[in-house]
Design a binder for this molecule. Sequence first.
Ligand code: SAM
Ligand code: DTB
Ligand code: SF4
Length: 343
Amino acid sequence: MQAELGTVRSNWSREEVERLFDLPFNDLLFEAQRVHRLHFAANEVQVSTLCSIKTGACPEDCAYCPQSARYNTGLEKEKLMAVAKVIEEAKEAKAAGATRFCMGAAWRSPRARDMEIVVDMVKEVKSLGMETCMTLGMLDTQQAQNLADAGLDYYNHNLDTSPEFYCDIITTRTYQDRLDTLANVRKAGMNVCSGGIVGMGEEKSDRIGLLLQLANMEQQPESVPINQLVRVEGTPLAEQADLDPFDFIRCIAVARLMMPKSHVRLSAGREQMNEQTQALAFMAGANSIFYGEKLLTTANPDENKDMALFRRLGIRPEKLEVKAEQPVKAVAQANAMFYEAAN
Ligand code: SAM
Ligand code: DTB
Ligand code: SF4
């Protein structure tokens, strides 16, 4: 195994990543878990709640998406939510234990009059003492700056897949458009949240291609959502074949190894996954989830079920004020005491 595993680098080669994907499953998980513990508390998972602030009727043609106006998914479209309603939902999310509130809109990109409203949303949610995240489609430099000035902590914009497979999934915006938005977010000083979807019929080489794009950015995304495709009736990907759960776990583990200091989020698809697969994802280095019974439009496990799973696995929700270095030290001390007592 390469000695440098665990350090942040932006010069990953395809061959190196192929080697990681080809490791025996247990070797890959062992390395991922080892690297995970270098930078994070072993048993902490960051908890974010999603809120769909504008639902459906999207002009884009993303083949996986129930919100595209081009597919008949039976989804009821909703106009931009009132700021007061967003605050109400954020308060509920905070009371239920979420530390980050992620607001998503089914837009190609926000218009000027939308910007004024979403800026208010950011300020209000921040004043509740929560971290804020938005995903509103493409942003130009000015829009990114306005959101950063309002105090937005994270902007989510996924690359979704490899540059090669991308055209099979989306035709209404280019891969370069997505990279440009991410560059604008970075320039404005916000944290970048960017990842993709597994299970859309892509090859292993596409999963490698996606992770290479993310890890080899000048600065790696702070947050990397790995979604498993949620197959929605009416979308072109509704009949996509089942994904081997072990292949999904491999993606999480390789993301952890390539982006050792990023939060890797076990994102969409948990409702369709059993608890053992979720536990393996945490073992593989996932340390963030979407929490709350709905993602944007599709189902997510209910909060009690998630908290029960956390308890059974001895996982603690990550607290906002705790810096990564402190718990790592605390865990090292606890481990040392445990081993001393055992010997
Ligand atoms: N409209 C904005 C955009 O596309 O950038 C923001 C919202 S969009 C729903 C955010 C992300 O959700 C997509 O980039 C995609 O990665 C993920 N997503 C959407 N539908 C999904 C599905 N059916 N299964 C898994 N992930 C999905
Ligand atoms: C991300 O990577 N996954 C979230 C969030 N970012 C915006 C969205 C998942 C959406 C799943 C389908 C739906 O509920 O509409
Ligand atoms: Fe629209 Fe975003 Fe869905 Fe694509 S993923 S159709 S841009 S809401």
